[in-house]
Design a protein around this ligand. Structure first.
Ligand code: UDP
Ligand code: MG
Length: 309
């Protein structure tokens, strides 16, 4: 059995389209499908659209509905928890993750010793250039400063073995950054590429700022480099100002000290003050994460679930 986890947030139009495409693919994979739709607190008729999907011989439809919007990461976690198949895949409902790749992915995982088949976009066509630019910068940066390698252009769409899914579920942190977690758990992953495609229906729920914050989360969750950078800048300015101090004292002893130069003092003060605030901000980001983590709040709250059968 193959479990298909589909996070949905305000996707009433996309759901029937997705289901129709998937049902065409199902016989080609040689697996029975277990759909797990996760309604992430949608405000439209998403849940109704899910409930209207028919179970058939080759496929069973299950769902979880959240009490509010908890975000895609929480939806993925809930879906993985509910899944029972020996193979598990994670797919967006907007058909940006091509279902036609599934039969090939199932073949790959069954005929070799790999534990996961990941997918990546060959290009970023149809995306605003500014978004591509920042995405590239993000991957460049995170792979420099984090021990966890993240593949540029990798999508969440991936096929995993049960063993790998169980390992992902063992990572129970509240601040979830799936791209990092999938890589962190290890196992053998092979990537296949496909051409980027447009959404089938509806609109993306990721604004530029949401993505920007998401990437900052990724960095904070998988690297302590910002803390090291703050300490390094601190040490550097200590040494620099120490040398300057010695120089100024000797100069005053030898040449006397006519009072002047207050503008430079003020600018130095402001500069150092700025550095201190920046470092505090960085430390604060990490403390904020620790705060959320220690509260041990549940990752999601389910309001309604399909009955298990
Ligand atoms: N999604 C979700 N919760 C959210 C935002 C998005 O479950 O808070 C789902 C959404 O329904 C879709 C997938 O995550 O199935 C990817 O979202 P989207 O297509 O908006 O992102 P993009 O493809 O533009 O990165
Ligand atoms: Mg999408």
């Amino acid at each position: 059995m193959l479990s298909i986890i589909v996070p949905c947030f305000n996707e009433e139009e996309a759901i029937p389209l997705f289901f129709a495409e998937m049902e065409k693919i199902q016989p080609l994979t040689g697996k029975t499908f277990e759909y797990i739709f996760v309604d992430d607190g949608s405000k439209d008729g998403t849940l109704k659209a899910i409930k209207q999907l028919p179970s058939s011989e080759g496929s069973k439809v299950r769902f979880i509905s959240f009490s509010r919007n908890f975000g895609k990461e929480a939806a993925l976690y809930a879906g993985l928890q509910a899944s029972t198949g020996d193979l598990v895949t994670v797919m967006d409902v907007d058909l940006q993750d091509p279902p036609e790749l599934l039969p090939q992915m199932v073949q790959m995982i069954e005929n070799s010793d790999i534990d996961c088949v990941g997918t990546r976009r060959a290009d970023r066509a149809g995306e605003p250039p500014i978004r591509s630019f920042f995405a590239k910068m993000f991957y460049h940066l995170i792979n420099k400063i984090s021990d966890t390698y993240m593949v540029d252009g990798a999508r969440d769409f991936r096929l995993m073995t049960r063993q790998m899914v169980d390992s992902v579920l063992e990572v129970t942190e509240y601040n979830r950054f799936s791209k990092g977690i999938f890589s962190w758990v290890g196992y053998k992953t092979k990537y296949i590429s496909f051409e980027n495609r447009e959404r089938s229906a509806g609109e993306t729920s990721w604004s530029f700022w949401k993505l920007f914050n998401y990437s900052i989360d990724g960095i904070i969750n998988f690297s302590d480099a910002p803390l090291n950078i703050a300490s390094f800048i601190g040490a550097l300015s200590c040494v620099g100002s120490g040398i300057a101090l010695i120089f100024i004292v000797f100069r005053a002893l030898i040449f006397g000290d006519p009072t002047s130069g207050w503008p430079s003092i003020v600018s130095i003060l402001l500069f150092i003050g700025g550095l201190q605030l920046l470092s505090l901000g960085i430390i604060g980001k990490y403390i904020g994460k620790i705060f959320l983590e220690t509260k041990k709040r549940p990752i999601y709250i389910a309001k309604e679930k399909s009955s298990k059968d």
